[in-house]
Write a protein that binds this ligand. Structure first.
Ligand code: MG
Length: 164
């Protein structure tokens, strides 16, 4: 009989909304008149998930692994950050068990995109659809989220590995 050890990790990210950028959340292109500003594709959800994965394994954060001062990371698909983080934790024997996340955006309504985001995140993390949950909240029209100045995401990931 196997014994398992478990670790939980938390991630958070915020990016500013600007004109002239595509809006990409959880690897899914969202129709909107603005997008998130950043060095990479500024995918708040994949950045939060990457931090949660790294955090669960005690491996620091996305900024340690992929500095935004590195020209190689400019305009990069954030799935590359997440894949690299997953490779590192898997190299230590860890496997994701489940993932929950919340996206904070005043507009546009994310309801039509939630299933696609959930599916894409499940695919990227290598989990079944029902082991990934995606929630969306507005900013109630107050603060930087509510005034549509920024969007944020929170993520939490559970990792498991066989005890030696
Ligand atoms: Mg970020």
């Amino acid at each position: 009989m196997s014994n398992f050890e478990y670790r939980v990790g938390l991630g958070h990210d915020t990016h500013r909304l600007v004109t002239g950028r595509a809006l990409i959340i959880g690897g899914v292109r969202i129709e909107f008149d603005r997008g998130l500003d950043g060095h990479s594709d500024a995918d708040i959800l994949l950045h939060a998930i990457t931090d949660a994965v790294l955090g669960a394994a005690g491996l620091g954060d996305i900024g340690d692994a992929f500095p935004d001062t590195d020209p190689a990371n400019k305009g990069l698909d954030s799935a590359i950050f997440l894949n690299a983080a997953l490779d590192r934790v898997k190299g230590l024997g860890w496997c994701p068990v489940n993932l929950d996340c919340t996206i904070f955006a005043q507009r546009p309504k994310l309801v039509p995109y939630k299933a696609a985001i959930r599916g894409r995140v499940a695919e990227l993390v290598g989990l079944p659809f029902d082991s990934v949950n995606v929630k969306a909240k507005t900013g109630e029209k107050v603060g930087p989220i509510g005034r549509e100045e920024a969007m944020s995401a929170d993520a939490i990931v559970l990792l498991r590995r066989e005890s030696s």
